[in-house]
Write a protein that binds this ligand. Structure first.
Ligand code: MLT
Length: 311
């Protein structure tokens, strides 16, 4: 097999379906973003992108599998602020380096964080919530998607700012966590807007605040943390497509162009915006911009989370 064969494989790519690993349960935020952008990328690539949910260990199980897959463009993954930002601070034996073991494809969506609670949570607003959790620390619990996930790291940050250590309940994603929140069987969580926006709008869960400087157009009635009395809690997540390190440059370019095109597509944008997703601008979608983001996120989260995870 000579150079000619490899070059041909890259020119023809893709000749069969592409697997996109989502490292969390189906129906959750990462899955939702993957399916929305994957739908349109499939059209551009002329081959189906099939989502495979490989949940566990805060997303690090699926991303480890993706990092170790053949770098041929047929296995890609949807990583996020947790798997490619927070996880290194929390897992001493993480089997991948977010900055070194991937061929970044591009940023797919920004996902602001909201403080949400079960519908029956006995507080009308964020100030009431804060007073309640401080007074009832021993009997409340927080849902999250596993150590190093977005909901875990942004939840740990929230709890640290409130000075509380509630029981932490791990799920295989915030999709299943949201089901328990709707069933009133878990108390609260910090979660990405694309997961919770429909349930907030439907009134099946409570939203106390969004942790961004401005309100979201998707949830205009939800106050910012600044408005609601917790101005220092400012945090947003992001979701991004990665391929394994060593994926040939022409394949990376095709995937990146397909993602860029998806994010320019009116229907794709509408679906993301309705859920409160933030669509990256052109400059923010490139592989180079994603590499820079990953490096800065690992550096940002490390001092915040060091010592708070698995040993
Ligand atoms: C998910 O898809 O379940 C989430 O992205 C989990 C998280 O990181 O909180």
């Amino acid at each position: 097999v000579g150079f000619g064969t490899a070059a041909l494989a890259q020119d023809n790519y893709p000749v069969r379906q592409v697997t996109m690993i989502v490292p969390f349960a189906a129906g959750g935020p990462t899955d939702v973003v993957a399916r929305i952008v994957g739908d349109h990328m499939s059209k551009t690539l002329g081959q189906q992108i099939v989502v495979e949910n490989v949940a566990g260990a805060g997303g690090t199980t699926g991303i480890t599998r993706g990092a170790q897959a053949a770098p041929d463009g047929y296995t890609i993954m949807m990583g996020h602020m947790g798997t490619h930002g927070a996880a290194p601070a929390l897992y001493a034996n993480l089997k991948y380096d977010p900055a070194k073991d991937f061929a970044p494809i591009g940023l797919a969506a920004g996902t602001p964080i909201l403080i949400v609670a079960k519908k029956d949570f006995p507080a009308p607003d964020l100030k009431g919530f804060i007073a309640y959790v401080k007074a009832n620390e021993a009997k409340i619990n927080m849902a999250h998607a596993g150590v190093g996930s977005v909901s875990h790291s942004t939840g740990v940050l929230l709890n640290a700012q409130l000075g509380i250590k509630p029981a932490m309940i791990a799920y295989r994603g915030t999709g299943p966590a949201l089901n328990d929140l709707m069933a009133n069987s878990v108390d609260y969580m910090a979660d990405q807007i694309v997961n919770v926006a429909p349930q907030i709008a439907a009134g099946t869960i409570k939203a106390y605040a969004i942790a961004t400087p401005e309100r979201s157009p998707a949830l205009p009635n939800v106050p910012t943390t600044k408005e609601a009395g917790l101005p220092d809690y400012q945090v947003s997540a992001w979701n991004a497509v990665f391929a394994p390190k060593g994926t040939p440059a022409p394949i990376v370019a095709k995937l990146s162009a397909a993602l860029d095109k998806a994010l320019d597509d009116e229907n794709t944008r509408k679906r993301l915006l309705e859920l409160g997703g933030v669509i990256p601008d052109k400059a923010g979608r490139t592989p180079a911009a994603l590499q820079t983001l990953v490096e800065s996120e690992v550096a940002r989260w490390n001092p915040i989370l060091k010592g708070m995870g698995e040993k």
